[in-house]
Design a protein. Structure first.
Length: 272
C-alpha cells in the first residue's frame, strides 16, 4: 500500500474523537478533489476557452463548427471571439431557450446558423424535460433533478441528414452539451464521424449517464473504434490516456476525442 494510505488511516483514527471536524475535513477533501478533476462549467477557466484558442491559433477552426445544445449561445460567442471568421451551426432543442439564443446571436449574420431543433439518431419528434428555472439542465432523460419541469414536444434531426442537406462533408469541431443525449447525437452522424471528417469532438459525461447507461467506457469504445484518441479536458491541456475503471466516477465534465494528428497538439505535459 502507498505510504499516503497509512497516513490517511492514521489521521482518520485520530479524528474519530472529533466527528464534526472529521466531516468538515471530508467535505473540504471532496471539494478539492472536484477542483483537481476539473469539475467546472466555467467555459473561461475549465479549458474550453483554451481549447478554442489553441485550435484557432493553429488555423484549425476554419470550416464548419457545430454547437449542439447551444443553450443561450455563450460557447458560440466565445468561439466567434477566438475566430471571427468561423462558420458555426447552432442547435437548440427547447423552443423557449431557442428564443434566448436567437436574441443573443441573431446579429452575427452568415457566421451563425441558428437551428430551432436538436440532433439525434433519428428525425422526428421527441419529448423533453424542460426546466424553466434552469434550462441548461433540460434533458430527454427524467428523474435527475428535483425542480419544476415541463414536458415539451420538440424536433430532432439526424446529423448526417443535416449535413447532407447542406452538402457539409467536413467540420473542424463538434461540441456536444445535450445532457445525456450525446451518444444519440453521435450515432446520428453515422459514417460521417471519422477523425478525417470531424477531427475534434468535445462531449460531456456526468451523472446523467447513470440514467442513459451509456458510460465513459462506451464513449471510449465508440471513439477509439473509429480511430480517435480520447482524453479529459483540463484548463490548459487534454489528458489523453487509456480508459480506467476508476475514471467511471460520473463527475465529468468535458472530454475530447481528437484525431491522431491533432491530439499531440493538445496533450501538454502536466501533473494530472
Amino acid at each position: 500500500m502507498p505510504r499516503i494510505f497509512y497516513t490517511a488511516r492514521r489521521l482518520n483514527s485520530i479524528l474519530r474523537g472529533f466527528p464534526k471536524l472529521a466531516q468538515k475535513l471530508d467535505s473540504i477533501c471532496v471539494e478539492y478533489h472536484h477542483i483537481q478533476e476539473n469539475f467546472s462549467c466555467d467555459i473561461n477557466t475549465n479549458g474550453e476557452r483554451w481549447l478554442l484558442q489553441t485550435l484557432a491559433g493553429r488555423n484549425l477552426l476554419q470550416n464548419n463548427i457545430f454547437d449542439v445544445g447551444a443553450n443561450h449561445g455563450d460557447w458560440t460567442a466565445l468561439a466567434l471571439k477566438e475566430n471571427p471568421a468561423a462558420k458555426i451551426h447552432c442547435f437548440e432543442i427547447c423552443p423557449p431557450t431557442f428564443q434566448k439564443l436567437f436574441a443573443h446571436l441573431a446579429d452575427k449574420g452568415e457566421n451563425v446558423v441558428l437551428n430551432p431543433f436538436g440532433l439525434s439518431d433519428m428525425s422526428g419528434e421527441v419529448k423533453i424535460n424542460y426546466y424553466p428555472d434552469g434550462d441548461f439542465l433540460s434533458t430527454l432523460f427524467g428523474g435527475l433533478y428535483d425542480r419544476k419541469v415541463e414536458a415539451l414536444n420538440v424536433r430532432v434531426m439526424r446529423g448526417k441528414d443535416y449535413c447532407s442537406s447542406l452538402n457539409i462533408k467536413k467540420m473542424d469541431f463538434l461540441k456536444l452539451d445535450v445532457e445525456g443525449a450525446e451518444h444519440l447525437v453521435l450515432w446520428g452522424f453515422d459514417d460521417l464521424l471519422t477523425p478525417t471528417s470531424v477531427p475534434v469532438v468535445q462531449f460531456e459525461y456526468g451523472m446523467v449517464n447513470i440514467l442513459t447507461k451509456f458510460l465513459l467506457r462506451d464513449f471510449y469504445q465508440f471513439f477509439e473504434g473509429r480511430g480517435y484518441q480520447v482524453g479529459k479536458l483540463f484548463p490548459e491541456s487534454v489528458r489523453f490516456r487509456p480508459y480506467r475503471f476508476e475514471d467511471e466516477d460520473f463527475h465529468g465534465l468535458n472530454y475530447v476525442a481528437a484525431s491522431p494528428q491533432i491530439a499531440p497538439l493538445l496533450a501538454k505535459k502536466n501533473i494530472h
